[in-house]
Write a protein that binds this ligand. Structure first.
Ligand SMILES: C[S@@+](CC[C@H](N)C(=O)[O-])C[C@H]1O[C@@H](n2cnc3c(N)ncnc32)[C@H](O)[C@@H]1O
Length: 92
């Protein structure tokens, strides 16, 4: 339950169609990454429908290149089971 502990700048890996967005506290900023086909227009809520700022990026959990210390909270929900190399995904 990433959202329960989320604070500050949040990285959600494997954000999918954004089903977790309603559970975040309103004072966070969420950066969601997922493989491209999960975030087709119309599948993810529009930013204006959300209580907090959200940025979505196409990306692979194993190849993230955000600068160090970009996020206060990082995690995913039922995501690692579908990442082929979960240890590499966590290390990034
Ligand atoms: C079971 S879905 C869960 C989606 C969302 N977290 C939720 O709770 O509804 C797993 C998600 O992980 C994403 N995923 C799988 N491998 C990934 C990878 N290597 N990098 C980023 N996302 C990945 C999938 O595209 C999918 O959207």
């Amino acid at each position: 339950m990433l959202w329960r502990y989320a604070h500050g700048n949040v990285l959600e890996v494997g954000v999918g169609t954004g089903k977790n967005f309603p559970y975040y506290p309103p004072n966070v900023t969420v950066t969601g990454i997922d493989l491209a086909d999960q975030m087709l227009p119309g599948r993810v809520p529009e930013p204006k429908q959300l209580r907090m700022p959200v940025e979505l990026w196409e990306g692979d959990a194993r190849l993230l290149d955000f600068p160090d210390n970009s996020f206060d909270t990082a995690g995913g929900h039922v995501c690692l089971l579908s990442v082929p190399d979960p240890v590499r995904g966590l290390a990034n």
